[in-house]
Design a protein around this ligand. Sequence first.
Ligand code: FES
Ligand code: FES
Length: 162
Amino acid sequence: MQTITLTVNGTPVTLTVDPRTLLVHVLRDMLALTGTHVGCDTSQCGACTVHVDGEAVKSCAILALQADGATVTTIEGIGTAEHLHAMQAAFREHHGLQCGFCTPGMIMAGLDMVRRHGPVLDERTVRAELEGNICRCTGYHNIVLAIMAGARAMAAIPVAAE
Ligand code: FES
Ligand code: FES
């Protein structure tokens, strides 16, 4: 067992983990942050996407040990039910979710697109960027619209601290 420290959604945590433990299992099983989902066992679906030191990462594809010392942001860290993040609000307004299973990963991926491409995203870019995120409800059309709208809204609305 090894001890790691993380800052998760702004809160410092110290954990003792088996060296084989994946980051996603630390988040879900040890910290009860179950908004980060597991949708595959091949690192293809993107349901587990979180931000590690500000960059989108599939948390099923990284060991917890590799994140030692890092700042991790999950879907629980970007907004609340009362005060949705602009990207979350855009998913609601543009019907970007159906069952919602893929939605946390889609939103975290969308935020990373904004970080790298800026607030004006074209459809082609968003579709290409979503290659690593699978929606089994096949709601891609509205997901793309939601991410473009959320990106624009973020340019006008202060973004939650990350
Ligand atoms: S659970 Fe991580 S990519 Fe599917
Ligand atoms: S909304 Fe159901 S998997 Fe995407």
